[in-house]
Write a protein that binds this ligand. Structure first.
Ligand SMILES: Cc1cc2nc3c(=O)[nH]c(=O)nc-3n(C[C@H](O)[C@H](O)[C@H](O)COP(=O)(O)OP(=O)(O)OC[C@H]3O[C@@H](n4cnc5c(N)ncnc54)[C@H](O)[C@@H]3O)c2cc1C
Ligand SMILES: NC(=O)c1ccc[n+]([C@@H]2O[C@H](COP(=O)([O-])OP(=O)(O)OC[C@H]3O[C@@H](n4cnc5c(N)ncnc54)[C@H](O)[C@@H]3O)[C@@H](O)[C@H]2O)c1
Length: 481
């Protein structure tokens, strides 16, 4: 007879920020919850993504701001101190504090690699090769996140490229760092490592950076990267690379480049390839689809959930945690045979994923955006009034730093008079973002926004200037533009 099956109400696969939050909600609802983790409790975000990257960037960005402020002479960056700060902010890659949190929340932790083995069944293979079988009375939540998606370069393994993991955890500054990609990881890591002492070359296949963000914002970042010394090459792809004493890169324009390290920041792939999805009739290796309650469709019995990066609705920690709160509530209410409210903005429906996903790019300048961009509106055929304002003109920006450069754009629904999207680019705009998120999710009418008076002199004054500009000159965006 094989080992007995351990039975729980809920099995959560993956203890990243998203899995932790699903488990927190189901355990708080009184459901016996187990979480399975193959590496470190806390996931990618805590050790190789958000936390270490922002810990590298915060000193770098503060240093740049201080340099531009009259009366402050910050001296050179203490690179070793920045790396030690990064190590502390990543908890020294030690997950004991997170494990204590799980214990306090009453969640059982099992370490190992989990795979589905049939409806409501999960098998866990531990580091010792032993297998444990789990059964879920109510739900299995797949929160396995994502991994770097690497380009199909010949001889990739021999190149030993950096991915986001090495870029966030490296203990030595490479003199020459080549970065492939023009997305958020590439831009943030190029910003950090250039300031920490690398000569960064950024190879971008598109004609601009950050293809999913407003072009004006991406262009401000591109200008600033160039000014900081980054060799930014747009419309350029890597056609071949070899590693000998250094890395030799052949580019699409025929040029050859040498670097000490090569960072491939070319997007993410969902971690579904070794998850036993085929045992429940699903295809391994691709995104795990879900509906607005985060239930995987096409699996009888509504017991399988996909939450966080693995469903690719929004590859962001905060949005994944939002999804987790909703999925946890759905699981708990289904377990109590309570009906689900599938209406928009209800406790069981992830409406914000579709209309208000906030994101901050931590570079110099920052970009903070939520809701639709002009390109999104055109793609969706949504009519929008587009309003731009030069952030550098508001009094709060003058106070913020003397040579402030920035710009803001909002998109308004002309029929309803509500906000559809906002993008702010400039130093210190990250903390402006929640005001726009409130306006979109609260569907606050323009007439009421006029009564939300921004304090003087702050960057928030841009709201008033945007409203005035809209009153006087709004440019309508018609579908297809
Ligand atoms: C460099 C970088 C910087 C980023 N910065 C930000 C930022 O500033 N802000 C932001 O909001 N987002 C940021 N992100 C995105 C953010 O990291 C992810 O959106 C977030 O980590 C997703 O959380 P998750 O729990 O879904 O997945 P993950 O954090 O990837 O966690 C998944 C967990 O599941 C485990 N796992 C996987 N498969 C199995 C299995 N079969 N069995 C057991 N365990 C398994 C993994 O070991 C992992 O611990 C950044 C990403 C990168 C790469
Ligand atoms: N501050 C933040 O919020 C933050 C920071 C980092 C990452 N993230 C999250 O992580 C996710 C992943 O970021 P990312 O930058 O890895 O992905 P991305 O999808 O944002 O950008 C990938 C870039 O790589 C390029 N690319 C893809 N394949 C290529 C190839 N074969 N050759 C050359 N270029 C190629 C793309 O054109 C694009 O410019 C993002 O979607 C984001 O949500 C968020």
């Amino acid at each position: 007879m094989g080992d007995p099956v351990r039975i729980f109400d809920v099995v959560v696969i993956g203890a990243g920020p998203v899995g932790e939050n699903v488990a927190d909600r189901t355990a708080a609802a009184g459901l016996d919850t187990v979480i399975v983790e193959a590496e470190l409790v806390g996931g990618e975000c805590s050790y190789w993504a958000c936390e270490p990257s922002k810990a590298l960037l915060r000193p770098v960005l503060l240093h740049a701001e201080a340099r531009d402020m009259p009366g402050i002479d910050p001296g050179p960056l203490d690179v070793e101190a920045v790396l030690r700060h990064r190590d502390r902010m990543s908890s020294g890659w030690d997950d004991r504090p997170q494990v204590r949190w799980l214990e306090q929340a009453g969640i059982t932790l099992i370490r190992g690699h989990a795979r589905l083995s049939g409806p409501r069944m999960v098998e866990v293979t531990g580091a010792d090769g032993e297998t444990l079988r789990l059964a879920a009375r109510h739900a299995v939540a797949v929160c396995t996140g994502s991994r770097p998606a690497l380009p199909p370069l010949p001889g990739l393994a021999a190149l030993r490229p950096w991915t986001s993991r090495e870029a966030t955890s490296a203990t030595r500054v490479p003199p020459r760092l080549a970065v492939v990609g023009g997305g958020v990881v590439a831009v943030e890591m190029a910003t950090a490592w250039q300031a920490l002492g690398s000569q960064v070359t950024l190879l971008v296949r598109e004609s601009g950076l950050l293809p999913r963000m407003e072009r004006f914002a991406a262009d401000l970042v591109a200008d600033a990267l160039r000014a900081s010394g980054v060799d930014l090459r747009l419309d350029t792809t890597l056609t071949a690379a070899t590693r000998d004493t250094d890395v030799r890169l052949t580019l699409s324009d025929g040029q050859v480049l040498h670097a000490d390290e090569l960072l491939l920041a070319t997007g993410r792939a969902p971690r579904t390839d070794d998850l036993g999805l085929e045992t429940v009739g699903l295809r391994p290796g691709s995104r795990l689809p879900c509906d607005d309650t985060y239930t995987v469709p096409g699996v009888p019995g509504d017991w399988l959930y996909a939450v966080g990066d693995v469903n690719e609705r929004a590859l962001l920690t905060h949005q994944g945690k939002y999804q987790a709160r909703i999925a946890g509530t759905v699981i708990a209410d289904r377990a109590r045979d309570q009906p689900l409210d599938r209406g928009p903005w209800s406790r069981h429906t992830g409406t914000a994923d579709q209309v208000a996903v906030p994101q901050v790019l931590f570079a110099d300048p920052e970009i903070a955006c939520v809701g639709l961009t002009t390109a999104d509106a055109a793609r969706l055929g949504r009519e929008a009034d587009v309003v731009d304002y030069d952030l550098g003109l508001v009094a709060g920006a003058h106070q913020h730093s003397p040579a402030y450069r920035g710009r803001a754009r909002i998109l308004l629904d002309p029929a309803r008079g509500t906000l559809l999207g906002a993008t702010f680019a400039g130093r210190g705009v990250a903390e402006l973002l929640q005001s726009a998120t409130f306006a979109i999710t609260g569907e606050i009418p323009l007439e009421r926004l006029w009564h939300a008076v921004p304090a003087f002199p702050t960057l928030s004054e841009v709201w008033l200037r945007l409203l005035e500009t809209h009153r006087d000159t709004a440019v309508p965006l018609r579908s297809g533009r």
